[in-house]
Design a protein. Structure first.
Lengths: 190, 402
């Protein structure tokens, strides 16, 4: 990974894009990095477009602005492609990762301003298979880690096991499902 | 060994409160400070601290209860933001004039009109004349460090003033960053026990707090408050020195960033200082231009002479305000800096820009343009727009983009 990686998350209120950004900050922190994970708050309501950000660096980070030229963009809801210019400022050589059930060519057609890499993840299918419910968080987090290369997949899985055990201390039954979702995603995009 | 962690600014303040274990916390929730009393309430519910939490019905009551508790002899903390602080207005002055070392965790947020939940400094800047010490932070690390220093400053026998520890709403309060925490025992030892010399519940020394003061007394009271602010300057530096001995992290009235040989500087408060640092580094690396930054940490008392000394030999400086005061001239920091330079008989080119109102973002590129402006002003001695709004959609008031 280069010295500093900047990631922008697009989601809808209630989908957990902010949580995913904070989880990514968390897991990168554990691998010794300097991290930032922060949301951009507008009028908060379920379903409204929201943005969250990550900076992950080998060096201390002082910048406190939003990210306008990200290395990677993660889109948690493909419906946003119709109303948000998600690839605005996305760096050449970067990638946009989209949660969708549609084909890659359909998604590419919705990104006329972007000629670079597009990765599609069917987070619904993975999540429903692994967890029995639709939580796009974990698959999109795994995809962001795999594509950005901010850490090795095996290190990521080890740290996430510990994170989930801590986070779900009162519902340990969901740990295995979330780990399965991470692994399925890593495998799907490998 | 210090503890390496990653916390949001609100988590960091709550953690400092947990380490301090104050006697009383009256608080009323308001975005974006709500998490602070929420986390503290969790600590209390889990039996980790024995602070008495008072559920009040408003911020007016929160500060009233804080005044009561502090006067009684209890170490007291509260937290608020924006309109919450506005509702405390009357009591802010009471706490200061009664010389009560209350500590307020202020998460800066724009005052309503129009309603907005994001960061600016209109809440605390509006309260700058209330008699409180004001200390601001760039990062989560700084707001934590400032909080641990708050009580040793506030409770010092030569000070006895309330302190507000300010941080930018959402930008640091809700952003997770790396942080180094002080071990519990060291933090507790640093803050120490609160042993007030005079307090209401001391049966051996009956006293009144906050009585009516006729004209024959009121002015002396104000002069005494002024003296406390003057004394606070020495105490703030002493406490910072002790803190540096413990943590290695250096604090003063302000931070000078790459100012040794600087010809142009930005003077700013809060989280945007970090963004400006990146601009300073980038300009120096790519052009070699001598640019720097002065980040104000202590706004009350205002370090007039010390600041003028650092700024007086610059070719040009931009003072950035994150709140309006509608004087139709300067913002609050701009007016103070100009006065400081006048007192020092310094004649540098100075502009006073407004930025970040209601959470408007300011970027590294914005700061680079500001430094370009300063260079142009120094060369031409012409100031096109003394009071520009940075990032305003229409550009500056002449229709030119900055």
């Amino acid at each position: 990974m280069k010295d500093t990686v900047e990631i922008r998350w697009h989601g809808r209120g209630g989908q957990g894009a902010k949580t995913a950004a904070l989880l990514l900050a968390d897991v990168a922190f554990k691998t010794g990095k300097y991290v930032q994970g922060f949301p951009e708050y507008g009028p908060e309501r379920m379903g409204a477009p929201i943005t969250a950000y990550n900076r992950i660096s080998k060096n201390p980070i002082t910048v406190h602005s939003n990210i306008y030229e990200p290395d990677y963009v993660v889109v948690v809801d493909d419906g946003l492609l119709d109303c948000t210019d998600v690839t605005a400022g996305l760096k050449k050589g970067g990638a946009v990762i989209v949660n969708t059930q549609r084909s890659k060519s359909e998604i590419e057609a919705k990104l006329p301003n972007w000629n670079g890499k597009v990765i599609t993840v069917n987070a619904r299918e993975i999540s429903e298979d692994a967890l029995g419910k639709y939580f796009p968080n974990s698959p999109m987090l795994a995809a962001a880690v795999a594509i950005s290369g901010v850490m090795a997949p095996e290190v990521f899985l080890k740290e996430m096991q510990a994170s989930f055990e801590h986070k779900f201390a009162k519902k340990p039954e969901v740990v295995a499902g979330n780990m399965k979702a991470l692994k399925m995603t890593l495998k799907a995009i490998a | 060994m210090a503890i390496r962690e990653r916390l949001s600014g609100n988590e960091a303040v709550a953690y400092a409160i947990k380490q301090i274990n104050p006697d009383v916390m009256p608080a009323f929730p308001i975005t974006p400070s709500t998490e602070i009393p929420q986390y503290v309430a969790n600590y209390i519910a889990n039996g980790e601290i024995d602070t008495e939490f008072i559920h009040v019905e408003s911020e007016h009551s929160a500060m009233s209860a804080a005044i009561g508790a502090c006067a009684a002899g209890a170490r007291t903390v509260t937290a608020t933001s924006s309109c919450g602080m506005a509702l405390m207005w009357e009591e802010l002055y009471v706490a200061a004039s009664d010389r009560l070392p209350v500590v307020l965790a202020l998460v800066n947020r724009a005052l309503t009109g129009p309603i907005n939940i994001n960061a600016d400094h209109s809440d605390s800047m509006g309260a700058r004349d209330a008699g409180w010490i004001q200390i601001y932070a760039e990062s989560n690390q700084e707001v934590y460090d400032n909080f641990l220093q708050a009580y040793p400053i506030a409770e010092h026998k030569d000070v006895h003033l309330p302190v507000m520890i300010c941080q930018d709403g959402f930008i640091t309060s809700h952003g997770v960053e790396n942080i180094m925490l002080v071990e519990d025992d060291k933090a507790k030892a640093f803050v120490g026990e609160y042993c007030p010399e005079h307090y209401l519940l001391n049966a051996k020394e009956p006293m009144a707090v906050g009585p009516y003061a006729v004209s024959n007394y009121y002015m002396e009271t104000k002069r005494a408050q002024r003296q406390a602010m003057l004394n606070a300057k020495r105490v703030i530096l002493d406490v910072a020195k002790k803190y540096e001995e413990m943590t290695g992290r250096k604090y003063g009235f302000f931070e000078e960033y790459r100012m040794e040989d600087a010809e142009y500087a930005v003077v700013i408060i809060g989280s945007a200082a970090g963004t400006c640092k990146a601009a300073v580094d980038h300009i120096r690396e790519t052009t070699g231009k001598k640019v720097g930054l002065v980040k104000i940490r202590v706004f009350r008392p205002f370090p007039e002479e010390e600041l003028a000394k650092v700024l007086k030999n610059l070719k040009a400086a931009a003072v950035l305000d994150r709140s309006e005061m509608f004087s139709a001239t300067s913002g609050p920091l701009g007016a103070e800096v100009r006065a400081a330079l006048y007192s020092a008989k310094a004649e540098i080119e100075l502009v006073n820009y407004f930025y970040g109102l209601g959470g408007r973002d300011i970027t590294v590129g914005d700061f680079e343009k500001i430094f370009d402006n300063l260079e142009e002003i120094a060369q031409t001695h012409e100031i096109r727009d003394m009071y520009a709004y940075i990032g305003l959609r229409e550009g500056d008031c002449h229709g030119n983009s900055l």
